[in-house]
Each structure stands twice: as structure tokens, then as C-alpha cells.
Design a protein around this ligand. Structure first.
Ligand SMILES: [Ca+2]
Ligand SMILES: [Ca+2]
Length: 230
């Protein structure tokens, strides 16, 4: 073999040896916690942890840490898309806590929501960013059914508590408190319309924990300029 052939051979060998890395770098499994924004005063927040680029896993385990000064762990649920609840285990009495799943049968190959964690925000929780940190655990990691290690990256999430910019009485969120909002509340009160929990909070203008005809009437009076505040 002459020198030119050898150099071509080496170059081709080098390119081939680099290829799997180039491909796997793009397709590394990712475990990511969501970043969720809520207005200050919110009681409860759910943060989903999702998996992307899943090459097929039978075991997974990592740690989750949160700010226990302002957050209290409430519950976790699985979507069932990847691992079921009975395949998943966690001891949430600790912070950080280990979140792990295991199946003895076939690889799980789905992507999407893995688990959803629900936290309660303490009443004194100020405006700010509260990280949901994912980290490796010494006895964790990800493996497929053949006990081969699966590489993955962890992406932190957060709960961002923002100023509450919702305008009291503006049920349809169009920036105006008017007869239309009053009518929506009247319809809701009569059982003719649904309101989201956020809309109900905005609709309860007299803050008595009920959304009813009284709120509708107050919004109407405000809209007509008969009262200047609720
Ligand atoms: Ca409105
Ligand atoms: Ca009310």
C-alpha cells in the first residue's frame, strides 16, 4: 500500500470513528423539568418532568431538589406514558429526593411527560425564581433492559412567582372592566358558563370566595361609574 492510500484509509477511518459521536451528541436523552410562571399568591403549582430522545430505557433514577423555605412538596403523579405509578418510586420526605422508575420487562421507548410534581407555595412566598434542580444520584442513572448504560442530560426547571397583573373584575382578560364581564359572571352564576380558576379569582370582586350575582352586580356598577373600587 502506498503512502497516499494509507493516508486516505486513515482519513476515512477517522471520519467513521467520529460519526457515532456526532450523531449521539444530537440525540442524547434529555430529562427536563418545566419552568412555570404563576402570579404571587398562587397556592399550588405543578411542574412536569419530561423525557426527550429516549432510546429505550428500563431503569432511571435521579435527584430532585427544591427550595423548602417557600415550597412544600404535595404529590407526584405519572402520566403513564413512560413508566406507570407502580413502576415508579420516590421518598419525598427528603429534599433532595430520589425519583426512580424500573421495569423488568421491555424497554420503555415513549417520550413526553414522565412525572408531574405538585408543590404548595407558602403564603409568604415572595416574587422570585425557585429552582427545581435535577441532579445525578450515585445509585441512579439510566439503563436499558440489557443493563447497558444510557447517557442523558438533566435540565433544571423553576417556579417563577411574578407580580399579579390581573385586573380585578376583568373576567375575559381584555383589559377593561365592563358590562361584558358582568354578563359573563351572571351566566356563570346561573350555571350557563364555565370559568377557569384564574377567572373565578378575578370574578370574585367582593372577595367572599363565591362567584355569584352580587359580583356581577358590583362589576356592572363599577362599569357604570357608580362605584370607583371593589
Ligand atoms: Ca373585560
Ligand atoms: Ca363574590
Amino acid at each position: 500500500m502506498n503512502k497516499k492510500l494509507i493516508s486516505i484509509f486513515l482519513m476515512v477511518a477517522m471520519i467513521i470513528s467520529c460519526l457515532p459521536f456526532a450523531v449521539s451528541a444530537d440525540k442524547t436523552m434529555e430529562i427536563k423539568a418545566d419552568t412555570v410562571e404563576v402570579p404571587v399568591g398562587t397556592n399550588e403549582v405543578s411542574v412536569a418532568i419530561s423525557i426527550a430522545n429516549n432510546p429505550g430505557i428500563a431503569t432511571i433514577g435521579f435527584q430532585v431538589a427544591y427550595d423548602s423555605q417557600y415550597l412544600t412538596f404535595k404529590e407526584w403523579t405519572t402520566s403513564g406514558k413512560i413508566f406507570s405509578a407502580s413502576e415508579t418510586d420516590t421518598n419525598t420526605a427528603k429534599n433532595p429526593f430520589l425519583l426512580s422508575s424500573y421495569t423488568g420487562s421491555a424497554n420503555k421507548t415513549a417520550n413526553g411527560e414522565y412525572v408531574t410534581l405538585t408543590f404548595e407555595l407558602k403564603p409568604n412566598c415572595p416574587i422570585g425564581k425557585y429552582d427545581i434542580e435535577l441532579s445525578e444520584y450515585i445509585l441512579g442513572g439510566a439503563y436499558n433492559i440489557d443493563e447497558q448504560e444510557v447517557e442523558y442530560t438533566l435540565v433544571n426547571g423553576a417556579i417563577i412567582v411574578k407580580e399579579n397583573t390581573a385586573l380585578l373584575g376583568d373576567v375575559n382578560d381584555d383589559g377593561e372592566v365592563d358590562e361584558l364581564d358582568s354578563a359573563i359572571v351572571a351566566r356563570y352564576s346561573a350555571g350557563l358558563a364555565d370559568l377557569t380558576s384564574k377567572q373565578q379569582a378575578v370574578a370574585d370582586v367582593n372577595n367572599d370566595s363565591e362567584v355569584d350575582e352580587l359580583d356581577s352586580a358590583l362589576i356592572s356598577r363599577y362599569s357604570a361609574g357608580l362605584i370607583s373600587h371593589f
